[in-house]
Design a protein around this ligand. Structure first.
Ligand code: 5GP
Ligand code: ZN
Length: 111
């Protein structure tokens, strides 16, 4: 997808601090962390919103959540973490390539 910053990061055209990657997802550090650990888990496939889910993307998302749970201890998230998927304007979504924020590494406040 042209002009998508996360597609460019996935393609390696924009540098990022990757902590994990496989054939389906890339996980890298958020450039403006709001918690001691703040990662972004991004499917390699470009789609913007949960409203665009289809059967294969549903399955991808399910595998991705399991992957995050399995990886959590190795990412400094052994004491718990929070996942956030911002959707649309009211949620403040700024990058329109679906991504899961992974927050942790400390006790998180609520809002
Ligand atoms: P959203 O608000 O769309 O849910 O989250 C987008 C996130 O992407 C923000 O937390 C922002 O800091 C992060 N971000 C935006 N541009 C870049 C970038 O070039 N590199 C990295 N690593 N993170 C970025
Ligand atoms: Zn994209």
């Amino acid at each position: 997808m042209e002009n998508c910053i996360f597609c460019k990061i996935i393609a390696g055209e924009i540098p990022s601090q990757r902590v994990y990657e496989d054939s389906e997802v890339v996980i890298f550090k958020d450039i403006e962390p709001i918690a001691r650990v703040h990662l972004l888990c991004v499917p390699r496939e470009h789609f913007a919103h949960l409203s665009e889910l289809n059967a294969s993307r549903e399955a991808l998302l399910g595998r991705t959540l399991k992957k995050i749970a399995d990886l959590a201890p190795s990412l400094g998230l052994e004491d718990g973490y929070r996942l956030i998927i911002n959707q649309g304007e009211n949620a403040g979504q700024t990058v329109h390539h679906l991504h899961i924020h992974i927050l942790g590494g400390e006790t998180l406040g609520w809002q």
